[in-house]
Design a binder for this molecule. Structure first.
Ligand code: EGU
Length: 459
């Protein structure tokens, strides 16, 4: 388009590096503000590609992600392409299924978000198949570079060469493998509106529905266990031992074949600070904070980065020299908190979560929240169904932990039992609803009806 014209208007150029989820959303945010947006993506345009390489992975879109999409008017469009999840379905070893609801709002999945939307803004250009290798081969002129290029960010590499840049990355000992569960007679093989979970301590499997009526099952286990299984028969033996109810649903032949298609995939957690260089460059999404997938928050945290940046842009009148340091100041503690929480949940699940324990803990939290909706808000509720800052959610959780020691739980369970014996439970919940409004402004507590979020003594 009239590039030279827009340059001479002194319209500021924002280069978004990475055309993934966060890059695409960021392009919309900057375009909406009227910047000249250039998106750079090394892969080819997935809309034109015959074969799309890479995997379409399971993603859970929850409150934070939805808020960020809503701000650029994309919420409905994306939500309509997802499948709502209202509950978890816990599969025990014997094949028994127990649902545990999430709450009124439910959850949403989606498979893939592509950058088409960004191109509907006239001031946005998408550049596919172009690599910006360490600045040498191709030079771009931009007023701001936004690094949204994932966990192995090339933009972040530039930060690493600078003094006083803190960085850490941790690979966990588990890998993951995706297996497809086909439809049966054209229908979903299991109930679709659930996050299906098979908690087996060190081994865990989850399954999420896709629009084509398949399920994607994700098996998590230590790399050395993956390597121990070398033949088709060993695969079946392993599934017979831990996930017997899934064998007929995935199919013996498919299981024997698909298990060996790809090796276990690695999972990495990345933290760094600061997120910016001067008034020139900023990191967002996985480039700033890759998290392990055990809280279902990776995409949501990345999308929330965009809306937090937007809020600060508004506050500081688009003055990058003020916006960028403020963004680092505000966002780092929250991103580090969700990275820690995701890692904590990984350790927790691995250490002692089987299906009975999972059910028990969720029910205890459900119960405590039901009787003290103001005082005890399950951690997962704060994380998933509110925009309470992640680091504040952690603080509150530690505080709640002090309140809810074992004695207190027993005491309350006892009171509840005696009360429940005398009056019906709906009377009791009406009492709770009359209590004053929550002191935490971002929490939509009235929308939260269920509970979970483990609360032991911390990692
Ligand atoms: C998607 C893909 C259940 C892992 C954490 C819950 C998702 C996940 C949970 C993926 C779990 C684990 C929560 C949600 C969600 C639960 C949550 C979506 C995990 C604590 C490719 N997690 N997802 N917690 O509460 O808050 O149901 O891996 F099994 S959605 Cl690991 Cl809410």
């Amino acid at each position: 388009m009239e590039e030279s014209a827009s340059r001479s208007d002194k319209k500021k150029v924002v280069a978004v590096v990475g055309g993934g989820l966060v890059g695409a959303l960021n392009a919309c945010y900057f375009a909406k503000r009227g910047f000249d947006v250039q998106v750079f993506e090394t892969r080819e345009d997935i809309r034109k590609a015959k074969i799309v390489k890479g995997r379409s992975i399971n993603l859970a879109l929850s409150h934070r992600g939805r808020s960020a999409l809503k701000h650029v008017g994309m919420e409905d469009k994306i939500v309509s392409k997802g499948i709502p999840m209202h509950a978890r379905m816990i599969h025990s070893l014997s094949g028994k299924q127990s649902p545990i609801p999430y709450g009124k709002k439910g959850q949403l999945l989606l498979q893939r978000l592509n950058p088409t939307e960004a191109e509907t803004y006239p001031n946005t250009t998408l550049n596919f198949g172009r690599k910006l290798s360490d600045g040498s081969e191709e030079e771009i002129q931009a007023d701001l570079i936004v690094g949204c290029d994932g966990a192995f960010s090339a933009i972040r590499k530039q930060f690493l060469r600078r003094s006083r840049f803190n960085f850490s990355q941790t690979y966990i000992p588990h890998g993951y493998m995706e297996l497809t569960m086909p439809p049966i007679n054209g229908e979903f093989a299991m109930k679709p509106n659930y996050l299906h979970i098979w908690p087996r301590n060190t081994f865990m499997m989850i399954a999420l529905p896709n629009l084509d009526k398949t399920f994607t099952c994700t098996l998590f286990m230590p790399f050395e266990e993956f390597e121990k299984i070398t033949t088709g028969d060993e695969v079946i033996e392993f599934f017979q031992k831990y996930f017997p109810d899934t064998i007929p649903l995935i199919g013996v032949d498919a299981l024997k074949r698909d298990y060996f298609r790809l090796p276990g995939q690695a999972m990495v957690s990345v933290k760094c600070t600061p997120y910016h260089i001067g008034d020139k460059c900023v990191l967002m999404g996985d480039a700033a904070h890759a998290v392990v997938p055990f809280y279902g928050q990776g995409m949501n945290a990345g999308f929330e980065d965009c809306i937090v940046f937007e809020e600060i842009m508004e506050q500081f009148n688009e003055d990058f020299s003020a916006v960028l340091p403020e963004y680092t100041r505000v966002r780092v503690p929250d991103d580090h908190a969700i990275a820690d929480l995701a890692m904590y949940n990984y350790i927790e699940m691995r250490a002692h979560v089987n299906s009975r324990w999972f059910l028990f803990r969720k029910h205890v939290d459900n119960f405590l929240h039901a009787i003290m909706p103001k005082t005890i808000i399950p951690l997962y509720t704060m994380v998933t169904f509110s925009r309470i800052r992640y680091h504040e959610a952690v603080k509150r959780w530690h505080w709640q932990d002090k309140v809810r020691c074992f004695k207190k739980i027993c005491h309350l369970l006892f009171i509840f039992h005696s009360l429940a014996a005398r009056r019906n439970v709906s009377d009791f919940s009406n009492l709770a609803a009359d209590e004053p409004v929550s002191p935490w402004p971002h929490a939509e507590l009235s929308d939260v009806t269920c509970a979970a979020g483990f609360s032991t003594n911390g990692p």
